[in-house]
Design a protein around this ligand. Structure first.
Ligand SMILES: Nc1ncnc2c1ncn2[C@@H]1O[C@H](COP(=O)(O)OP(=O)(O)OP(=O)(O)O)[C@@H](O)[C@H]1O
Length: 254
């Protein structure tokens, strides 16, 4: 398997704070890769740099044959990159189905706003609707398709967000703390869903996550950062007893 995403020497600064100081790692096609590390390690900053939401001072980000730093955030969906957010970024006042459809329109040619303004439905609209329904069905939440997102349980909203990211049929899915705030049973179910997604659709997943048991249970490759630098990387079995990792999380032994 070849590298789908390659990060080299990434440097990100916020004023006087160096959030990333030369971080490098690669994610292979079809892998589930987790970015871990203690608070302030730089995980979210790395994620936001890949999503083109922060501008690195130095380094390279390559996705397949593309140089991502030469592109805007709005271009990513068209390349096959989708992401979810730590704090759900769903539209209140829109139904679950509409929220999921937005994900596909980000990649399609027909503007969602235009379709809301009452243009006659095109073939693509019907296809998008059918695909959005299929995704809701996949996540077992088709019964709430026409409900307003507001007021639905958190676990359901997490699935809606995942369905929205997937409806664009991405090649790379970026998940920002997908297990955050979920109950124990929901975390296990999410893990099974993500592994099934990878297997069924040959998708590549990069996630930022604090839930260590979840990470170690589903990841093929784990990249640990600390203080904006690479700490250790390897498969879960290699990292489980890593003294560097234990020290970074618990502080230096006295
Ligand atoms: N917008 C910003 N302005 C200033 N400093 C920032 C900004 N965003 C992040 N930082 C700093 O950059 C460093 C890395 O933060 P980042 O949020 O990427 O870490 P993280 O590993 O995601 O942490 P957490 O697990 O707590 O979310 C921290 O020192 C943080 O305070």
């Amino acid at each position: 398997m070849s590298d789908l995403l390659r990060i080299e020497g990434l440097v990100v600064q916020f004023g006087g704070v160096t959030a990333l100081d030369g971080v490098s790692f690669s994610v292979r096609e079809g892998q589930i890769c987790a970015l871990i590390g203690p608070n302030g390690a730089g995980k979210t900053t790395a994620f936001n740099a890949i999503s083109r939401l922060v501008r690195p001072a130095d380094g390279q980000i390559r996705f397949a044959e593309h140089d991502l730093l030469g592109l805007e955030a709005a271009d990513l969906s068209g390349l096959g990159i989708a992401r979810t957010f730590q704090n759900l970024a769903l539209w209140p006042g829109m139904t679950v189905l509409e929220n999921v459809m937005v994900g596909r329109y980000a990649r399609g040619r027909v503007g969602f706003a235009a379709s809301l303004l009452g243009r006659p439905a095109r073939v693509e609209d019907r296809e998008v609707r059918a695909r959005a329904y299929a995704m809701l069905d996949y996540f077992g939440i088709a019964d709430v398709a026409h409900r307003d997102c507001e007021g639905l349980p958190f676990g359901t909203l997490k699935r809606v967000e995942l369905a929205r990211a997937l409806v664009a049929q991405p090649r790379l899915l970026l998940l920002d703390e997908p297990a955050g705030g979920l109950a124990h049973g929901d975390v296990r179910e999410l893990g099974e869903t993500l592994m099934k997604l990878r297997d069924d659709h040959d998708m590549t997943l990069l996630l930022v996550e604090h839930h260590m048991q979840f990470v170690m249970g589903i990841s093929d490759y784990v990249v640990a950062l600390d203080l904006g630098r690479n700490l250790v990387a390897g498969n879960p079995a290699e990292l489980r007893d890593s003294p560097e990792l234990v020290e970074a999380y618990l502080g230096a032994p006295v």
